[in-house]
Design a protein around this ligand. Structure first.
Ligand code: HEC
Length: 95
């Protein structure tokens, strides 16, 4: 019984590695950004810009997400700086 449990535990890291890697920013994006920008960045709801066409670099996006602009909400009270960095990194993968 103990042995089986130990075997299960030793297999856990393998199970966790199965499937494509999920960027930490993806979950943050889906929760906070997808309602306007869409899961693929192209939705454009509420006047949101198409993120796949954005020329903003990580610096500009970090500012945008932290401070907001126009109808784009500021996330400085919602996300930690680390989470902003992760969601910005994820947004840069939307092409
Ligand atoms: C309530 C709708 C809404 C939500 C939610 C939202 N955005 Fe936006 N976003 C906008 C709007 C509107 C603009 C255009 C702002 C402007 O230039 O006036 C924008 C612009 C941007 C831009 C600049 C694009 C460009 O090049 O002009 C980035 C980057 C961005 N959003 C990222 C995000 C991220 C990341 C999140 C989640 C943390 C998010 N947005 C959540 C509405 C939203």
């Amino acid at each position: 019984m103990m042995f089986r449990f130990a075997l299960f535990l030793s297999l856990l890291p393998l199970l966790a590695q199965a499937g494509p890697p999920v960027l930490p920013g993806q979950a943050i994006y889906q929760k906070n950004c997808a309602r306007c920008h869409g899961a693929d960045g192209r939705k454009g709801a509420n006047g949101a810009h198409d993120l796949t066409k954005s020329n903003l670099n990580a610096f500009g996006r970090t500012y945008m997400v932290t401070k907001g602009m126009g109808k784009m909400p500021a996330f400085e009270k919602v996300l930690t700086p680390a989470q902003v960095q992760q969601v910005v990194a994820y947004s840069l993968t939307l092409k």
